[in-house]
Design a protein around this ligand. Sequence first.
Ligand SMILES: Nc1ncnc2c1ncn2[C@@H]1O[C@H](COP(=O)(O)OP(=O)(O)OP(=O)(O)O)[C@@H](O)[C@H]1O
Ligand SMILES: [Mg+2]
Length: 314
Amino acid sequence: MPSAIAARELTKEYKGSHGKRALDRVTLDIQRGEIFGLIGRNGAGKTTFLRIAGTQLLPTAGHVEVLGYDAVSQANAVRDRVAVIPQESRPFFYATPFEHVYYYLTLRGFPAAEARKRALDTLGRLGLLKGKDTVLWKQSGGLRRRVLVAMALASNAELLFLDEPTTGLDALARRDVWTAVEEAAKEGRTILLTTHYLEEAQLLSTHLAILNEGRVLAVGTLDELVAKVQWPFRVALTGRGFTADETASYGQSAAIGDSQIVFTTQGGAEELTRLALTRGVRAVAGPVTLEDLFVQLVGGAVDEETEGEEEEGA
Ligand SMILES: Nc1ncnc2c1ncn2[C@@H]1O[C@H](COP(=O)(O)OP(=O)(O)OP(=O)(O)O)[C@@H](O)[C@H]1O
Ligand SMILES: [Mg+2]
C-alpha cells in the first residue's frame, strides 16, 4: 500500500518572494495510520506544506503523492480522501455546531440519518453537545475552533490535515481533541498535525519532523531525535546555588526566572543532581523533552547562521 504522504524535493517559492523559498526541497514520508507531528518556528513552512499536500496550493518544483495520488495531476482523487482544518479558517457564524458538522457530512455524501448520527457522536466526543444548537456568533472562539475539528473528525477522510487544531483552546478542551485525534488514528486514519504546543506534539506523534526555514532539519521518532542532540538530559535547578560558569561547564545552560535549566549528558545530569543535593538546591533531572530538543536543534541552526556575530547572553 502506498504511504499516506510521500513528498519528493517539494519546493515552494511564493510570487514576489525574491528567491526566498517557503519550502526548499522537502523530502518526507508519512506512513498510514500514524499521527505525524510537523513542527517549526513561525514561517518555517508548515502551513505551506499542508496546503500543497491538501491540493490548495501548487508547488514550484518537486512533487508529493497523497494516498498514492499525485497532489497536482490527481487533485480530485486526493480531495475525496482528505479533510483539512486550515490554520486561519473561521466557521460560518450564523449556523450552529450541529449544522456545521451535519451539512459538511451530507456534502461529503453521507445519507441524512448517518450524517446526523455521526455528527452527534463526534460533537459528543469533543464536549460540544451542550451548545450544539446555538449559533456560533454567540459562542466562544475556542468552541468555534473545536467545531472545525469536529467537522474533519466526523468525516470518513482517510487523511486529516490539522493545522494548529488546538490553538486558543483551554486545557480540558485540548484534551478532548487529543483523545478524538488518537481515536481517529486507532481507526487507521492518518493525521498530519502542526502545533506550537510541543508537549502536545510529543504526546500525540509517532513520528515528528522539524522544519526550519523551509527545510527538514530533523525527522524521526522522539527517541531518534534525542539521539541527534549533544545534550540528551536536562536538569532544572531552583534558586541560585550555582554560578552561570559552573552550570555552563556541564553543557548548555539558561537562566529562566529563578531557575536554571541545564542541558547535559547523562553523567553530567547525575553529577549535577548529586552536587545540588549537597548544596540544598532543588534539582529535577530527566531526559530532554521535545521542547528542549527544539531549542537545541533549531537554536543551534540559528546560531550557525549568526556565527561570528555577538551572541546575547541569557
Ligand atoms: N501567500 C503568501 N505569499 C507570500 N509569502 C507567503 C505566503 N504564505 C506564506 N508565505 C511565506 O512563506 C513562509 C512559510 O510560511 P508558512 O505559513 O508556511 O509558515 P508556518 O510554518 O505555517 O508558520 P506559522 O507557525 O506562523 O503558522 C513564510 O516566510 C511566509 O512569510
Ligand atoms: Mg502555519
